[in-house]
Design a protein around this ligand. Sequence first.
Ligand code: SF4
Length: 167
Amino acid sequence: MAPRPRTTPRPSRNREGRGALVLRAHHLLCALGFRGLGYSPEFVANMTRVVRALRRRPGRMVRLVDTPDAICRACPNLRGGRCRPAAGGRSRVPTRDRKVLRRLGLKPGASLTARAAYALIRARITPEDLGREFCAGCRWVALGYCEEGLAVLRAGASMSASRRRPA
Ligand code: SF4
């Protein structure tokens, strides 16, 4: 039987021997606002695991990309290896990722610790930037959770405190 095509990235190895977590750059922002909502039960369970890993292990390496990642792999919108929302139309997601990467001064594929990534976000992105620039058109941004999470981060809390209740 022919091998099935792989549509989601495998973790790459870093010097510590643990796999880097592959993340779309804009998902760093989504993780700040995550409160257990999502596209399906499988999506929520997987995103809960990813967000917990970011919160509990800030020293973990992340590789920031503009392609499907560890969160997308359980998303019903991932079709044929691309983000294709059910409503149709062109996904703005890769553009969103590239905008975040540019603001952070990084290129697609950049590897750094989760702590370093959130230090850059804290310094370079404001809560107001989300609705007007990075997350325009996102169905979740109107809830205000992501802005709140970023405000808490910028107020000096670690990423692990940037939520009101456990995911
Ligand atoms: S909506 Fe698109 S970018 Fe977001 S998790 Fe699903 S596949 Fe990934």
